[in-house]
Design a protein around this ligand. Structure first.
Ligand code: DC
Length: 205
């Protein structure tokens, strides 16, 4: 039986952490769909044309190297504007969502475009300042020499590009539950997400 949890929201709102944790808790598979766009973005940084890059993408590439750099994030957000790039990635995501045993997908358009039929839809958000601080600490811990201001302006630039594009813009589905993590600890945010998912889970026979 399939059961899909769609978790959308802007960069560094906590969707990744929440998605991984709920997947582990409920025994669901997890797909961070941002990695697909990041892998295509990386290909463009290597000189490849984005649509061809998306069409030739392999699942193995998602595991190779560090896709979570600031440079690749910007490249990902740029290729994500191109409708043909998005179209090339739809089937893979939908197949993942409907696999037996349950799946959590996190991204920007999971509840609106990829899985409008998802059993649970969450839109996880936080203020740009809180998100930039989280991302800054993450990048710092990896040895990056970015500044807080740089990260904040990157986050805002990406938000604007992701929300304003005409194909599959980032926005909550009409029936998504909003979860603002600005003033929540990871544990509290996770507890809320678990509570919401529990409500929609079919009762065990
Ligand atoms: O979630 P992330 O920061 O890894 O995503 C990187 C970029 O990929 C993001 O700025 C926009 C794009 N993206 C998207 O357009 N749709 C998704 N479902 C996931 C990511």
């Amino acid at each position: 039986m399939s059961f899909t949890v769609a978790i959308d929201g802007p960069a560094a709102a906590g969707k990744g952490t929440i998605s991984k944790a709920v997947a582990t808790k409920f025994g669901f598979a997890h797909l961070d769909t941002g990695l697909l766009y990041r892998a295509v973005g990386r290909r463009t940084l290597q000189g490849m044309e984005p649509i061809a890059g998306a069409q030739a993408l392999t699942a193995e590439e998602l595991e190779q190297g560090d896709l979570r750099t600031a440079e690749i994030a910007q490249a990902a957000s740029k290729v994500a504007v191109i409708p043909e790039v998005r179209a090339a990635l739809v089937d893979f995501q939908r197949a993942f969502a409907r696999r037996t045993g349950g799946a959590v997908l996190d991204g920007r358009d999971i509840g609106t475009v990829i899985c409008p039929e998802a059993e649970v839809k969450l839109f996880v958000t936080a203020s740009p300042e809180v998100r930039a601080e989280r991302r800054f600490l993450e990048l710092k811990a990896k040895g990056s020499d970015v500044t807080r201001d740089q990260v904040l302006s990157d986050v805002k630039e990406r938000d604007a590009r992701d929300a304003d594009r005409s194909t599959a813009p980032m926005k909550p589905a009409a029936d998504a539950v909003l979860l603002d993590t600005s003033d929540l600890s990871i544990e509290d945010a996770l507890a809320k997400a678990v509570e919401i998912i529990e409500k929609s889970r079919p009762a065990k026979p």
